[in-house]
Design a protein around this ligand. Structure first.
Ligand code: NAD
Length: 486
């Protein structure tokens, strides 16, 4: 699987349970489509309850062995997995583009970033330890010990087949937990190759298990199992709320990385042209199917026309096409549901009074392609101003002041990412204090590096999947107090 010889034929994707690659016990399979052609390109093994029970038993067993491996050795295994992933980058990226649609350069960047994330967590695992707490009397020692929570189950979506899974796998393994991953049925090959990198690096059987199937059946069965101690989900707010409720019923820890409706604040003192170019590139990355995609552009009136015009010019250079073509900068949407959702929201916005600056149409009649779309002066009541579009649509809104912009930014109950463009230190301070979001990126798009926090508040979920804090949800703190003069 070296870079020069990668295959464009798509693999059959198996389950990975207890150290073995295997078909579903029932023999059931599901189809995988190429979103650029709508052709069936392959199959994944579709797990049933029996397979899930095997995965739970394997994960319980895997936890017993992995937690006893020293943090030093765990780090070595994980670093090997990162290196294997880098070596196989071209093959994995090709399969990811075929199953998900994104441009091959974005797929390669995702695989390489996945390796960086594994390394970051590998090292953090070596640095997670307890404290000694000063006691009130000399004969007493008080200390805390960090222990892995146990078996984790994780559910990850199709927009970043590796990136969403690698954060959960890496944090769990670095902490000494075992994990059952339900990866996305629509894009199964890339996450399976991620799992293979860990397996080939020498992870003990059962420490990392992979299943595909019917999402609701899998989450109901796994979350209810007494074997499982923690869940982590990335996906829509609606599903996140269901799974968080289920986690609550069974008293399981839960990390939730959900939808957003990212505001982009553009103030009159900003470098407006740079802001437009930077955000246009970010908007159409992965065809806008990114939870931190810039969405509501809240622009101070004096610079509104200039910003929209420069953004429009930048959008003209977006090349829509098959992700395998090197000149493509925006591939198809990932599935038919997205086309229907985006087209419905765009037409509703136009009917509500928004002006169509660019796009607004399905492209061609084969594959799920949609034009990069800009809507101007979008009324607050339009559906797209309230629901996460999750597609290549930029919403432009002129506003009179920073106060009005902050009020609009905070109007929705989402609170994942936010961006701002300004040269005013006072405005940055005010946004830092007042914007209701888990992340604020000023004058650049600086989110999602392995070493920085990544997560939202309110309806965007809770917990962080990046930075030094991301390991904590996978650890229990045990308190030990010892009196030596008894
Ligand atoms: P969806 O809500 O049907 O599914 C979202 C993800 O959750 C998918 O990966 C799906 O397999 C999984 N899922 C669905 N029901 C589940 C269940 N009961 N148990 C476990 N997993 C379950 O939506 P969709 O049509 O696939 O995507 C559309 C919406 O999802 C978007 O509008 C966006 O809001 C959200 N989404 C968010 C992210 C993100 O990165 N936060 C990624 C993908 C999708």
């Amino acid at each position: 699987m070296s870079g020069d010889q990668h295959q464009t034929s798509y693999p059959s994707v198996l389950l990975h349970i207890g150290g073995e690659w295997r078909a579903a016990d029932s023999g059931r399979i599901g189809e995988v489509l190429n979103p650029a052609t709508q052709d069936v390109i392959g199959y994944y093994a579709h797990a049933g309850i029996l397979d899930l029970d095997l995965a739970l038993a394997a994960a319980e067993h895997g936890f017993q062995s992995w937690k006893r491996v020293s943090a030093f050795e765990r780090c070595r295994v994980m670093r090997r997995a990162a290196e294997i992933l880098r070596q196989r980058c071209d093959q994995i990226a090709t399969w990811m583009t075929i199953e998900q649609g994104k441009p091959i350069a974005e797929a390669r960047a995702e695989v390489m970033a996945g390796a960086d994330i594994i390394e970051w967590f590998a090292e953090e695992g070596r640095r997670s330890y307890g404290r000694v707490i000063p006691a009130r009397v000399p004969a007493v020692r008080q200390l805390t010990v960090k222990e892995p929570v146990g078996v984790v189950v994780a559910f990850t979506p199709w927009n970043f087949p590796i990136n969403q899974a690698v954060r959960k796998i890496s944090a769990a393994l670095a902490a000494g937990c075992s994990i059952v991953l339900k990866a996305p049925e629509e894009t199964p090959a890339a996450p399976a190759e991620l799992v293979r990198a860990f397996v080939d690096a020498g992870l003990p059987a059962g420490a990392l298990n992979l299943v595909y199937g019917t999402p609701g059946e899998i989450s109901n069965h796994l979350i209810a199992s007494p074997v499982v101690r923690k869940i982590s989900f990335t996906g829509s707010t609606a599903v996140g709320k269901q799974l968080a409720a289920l986690a609550g019923v069974h008293m399981k820890r839960a990390t939730m990385e959900l939808g957003g409706h990212t505001p982009v604040v553009v103030l009159r003192d900003a470098n407006v042209d740079a802001a437009a170019r930077i955000t246009a590139a970010a908007k159409f990355r992965n065809a806008g199917q990114v939870c931190v995609s810039p969405t509501r552009f809240l622009i101070e009136e004096p610079v509104y026309d200039r910003f929209v015009d420069t953004f429009h010019q930048a959008t003209k250079s977006v090349k829509v096409g098959s992700g395998l073509e090197p000149e493509t900068t925006m591939g198809p949407l990932a599935n038919a549901r997205r086309i229907e959702a985006i087209d419905g929201m765009v037409h509703d916005a136009i009917q509500s009074g928004a002006e169509l600056v660019a796009g607004g149409q399905v492209v061609g009649n084969r594959g799920y392609f949609y034009e990069p779309t800009i809507l101007s002066r979008v009324p607050t009541a339009a559906r797209v101003m309230n629901e996460e579009p999750f597609g290549p649509v930029a919403l432009m809104v002129p506003l009179p002041s920073l106060e009005a912009i902050i009020a609009e930014a905070n109007r929705l109950n989402f609170g994942l990412a936010s961006y701002a463009f300004t040269r005013s230190a006072a405005a940055v301070n005010r946004l830092t204090d007042e914007i209701a979001a888990g992340m604020l990126s000023v004058n650049h798009t600086g989110l999602a590096l392995p070493e920085v926090p990544f997560g939202g508040i309110n309806d965007s979920g809770n917990g962080t999947e990046g930075g030094a804090d991301a390991l904590e949800p996978y650890l229990n703190t045990k308190f030990v107090t010892h009196r030596s003069d008894a």
